[in-house]
Design a protein around this ligand. Structure first.
Ligand code: EPZ
Length: 450
């Protein structure tokens, strides 16, 4: 089993190029199904969720090839409208394919996406939007089948969401591109990824406006057959991860190819802790000149409020610096699962209902821990950077869903971090084998982390 192994204590110096946004590329790949031409996406992160999305595209008849950060999709032929259970299980957010296949083919069948490590992930708002646009929805035996009645198109109308949902907003935007008439999506999510989707849909010829506000308007067109290129926006959550790593471990790092305005809420918090942060249009320079003191609180709510996905690594950073900090979570019921693992490293966290109070400044000590989810796993790495001794992180498949190469990036700024293949629990307890990453950025020789 492959683990991430960290020997804490190093400050971080250098620069890191930020990858493209996981939560942008996934809806964009779904939207590419609308296009009978060729879509080329640039700045695509090489992560397992993208691999899973490519499998789904190929399964329904598209070609999808990723090379050097460019992902080319040819959706000219769609041969099936059903996504099998196995592919649905590989990526929880596969529900994002619902609207695109329905709009392009007139029907779609997929199995209910299960809950995930963050708790139940209902899709009632997705279903509501498609039903209100005129689709017949059949749910049985764990499957959802959406059908546009024969000879009809989806009919544009006003859709009022009870609250902002990123995925439901995206499904409604995509499904309404071919609807007859105008669709107004009210109480829409405002995340930057919604804006990125709107910009791509416009390149396909869609008549769409309002992304980034709570009202998005889509005037239906008949078809899309364009050869287009689209560059994915930077990943604001990965940006936040590395900002928290520096705030926790100390040092001076320049993050390039990122979107500072997309992570303003975190920049405000870290400046309040005493981090020196300067930004340009596409870069963030963070420096920890003085000791940091974490004080205050954040409430994780829909954008532009503090993002729930940026909370775990900030909790890790709050554990490493002095002071007390309170996190209130209003999006996911199981967001704080990773805190139990942080406590194995010595973090002092009090959980109460949907909040976590971190008492920082305790000395963190290396330990063997397991990633509970994508961002929780990244939080363990941030804490490991500050823990004395060795931290081993297992279950890193969670981390690989959203980070192109956490080890490569942190190692490039001086962290003592590497991948290690350890015997499977069922194998004899042999010595852990060092592992070289294909590009040789792995454990190296001599001292474990030299
Ligand atoms: C997106 O998930 C992101 N995933 C999540 O990132 C992110 O945490 C989340 O938005 C919130 O910002 C992708 O974009 C692929 P929601 P999504 O619909 O769309 C409830 C990561 O780590 N809800 O905005 O699934 C829901 O339970 C992932 O990168 C319903 O009740 O989130 C939640 O409480 C984790 N019914 C709230 O709305 C529905 O039909 C917001 O969820 C849909 C959602």
């Amino acid at each position: 089993m492959r683990k991430i192994v960290i020997e804490g204590g190093n400050k971080l110096y250098g620069s890191i190029k930020i990858q493209g946004a996981k939560n942008s590329v996934l809806p964009l790949l779904s939207a590419s199904i609308l296009n009978e031409g060729i879509s080329v996406f640039q700045n695509v992160p090489n992560i397992s969720d993208v691999a899973a999305a490519m499998k789904i595209l190929r399964h329904i008849g598209c070609t999808a090839e990723l090379s050097g950060g460019a992902l080319t999709v040819d959706a000219s032929v769609i041969s099936t409208t059903e996504i099998p259970d196995g592919l649905m299980r590989e990526m929880r957010s596969s529900v994002i394919f619902l609207g695109a296949i329905l709009a392009r083919c007139g029907e779609v069948t997929l199995s209910y996406p299960g809950g995930c490590e963050l708790g139940p992930r209902p899709i009632d708002m997705h279903i509501k939007a498609l039903r209100e646009l005129g689709a017949d929805i059949h749910e049985d035996a764990g499957k959802i089948r959406c059908i546009i009645p024969a000879g009809r198109r989806l009919i544009g109308r006003r859709i009022d969401f009870r609250g902002p949902s990123v995925g439901a907003t995206e499904n409604a935007m995509i499904a309404s591109v071919f609807a007859q008439g105008t669709t107004v999506i009210a109480n829409a999510a405002k995340e930057p990824e919604i804006w990125d989707l709107q910009m791509y849909l416009r390149k396909l010829g869609a008549d769409i406006e309002g992304a980034g506000t709570s009202v998005i308007t889509v005037r239906g067109i008949d078809t899309c057959a364009m050869n287009v290129t689209h560059t994915i926006i930077p990943d604001r959550i990965v940006t936040g991860t590395y900002l928290c790593a520096v705030a926790a471990a100390g040092g001076e790092v320049l993050l390039t190819d990122c979107g500072p305005t997309h992570i303003e809420s975190l920049l405000t918090v870290l400046r309040g802790w005493g981090c020196e942060i300067n930004t340009s249009k596409t870069s963030i320079h963070i420096k920890t000149a003085a000791p940091r003191t974490a004080s205050g609180s954040v409430v994780a709510e829909p954008y532009p409020a503090f993002p729930t996905d940026a909370a775990p690594t900030l909790v890790a950073a709050a554990s490493a610096v002095s002071g007390n900090f309170v996190f209130v979570e209003k999006i996911f019921s199981e967001r704080f699962k990773y805190c139990r693992e942080l406590e194995k490293l010595g973090a002092e966290i009090t959980l109460f209902e949907n909040s976590a109070m971190v008492s920082g400044g305790k000395a963190l000590c290396g330990a063997s821990v397991d990633a509970t989810d994508l961002r929780g796993g990244a939080a363990l790495a941030v804490a490991g950077l500050c823990a004395s001794g060795i931290t081993e992180i297992g279950e890193i498949q969670h981390i690989e869903r959203g980070y192109e190469d956490l080890v490569r990036d942190l190692r490039s700024v001086g962290a003592n971090i590497m991948y290690m293949n350890t015997p499977e629990r069922s194998e004899s307890a042999g010595a852990a084998k060092r592992t070289e990453k294909p590009d040789g950025a792995g454990g190296g020789q001599g001292r474990l982390y030299a």
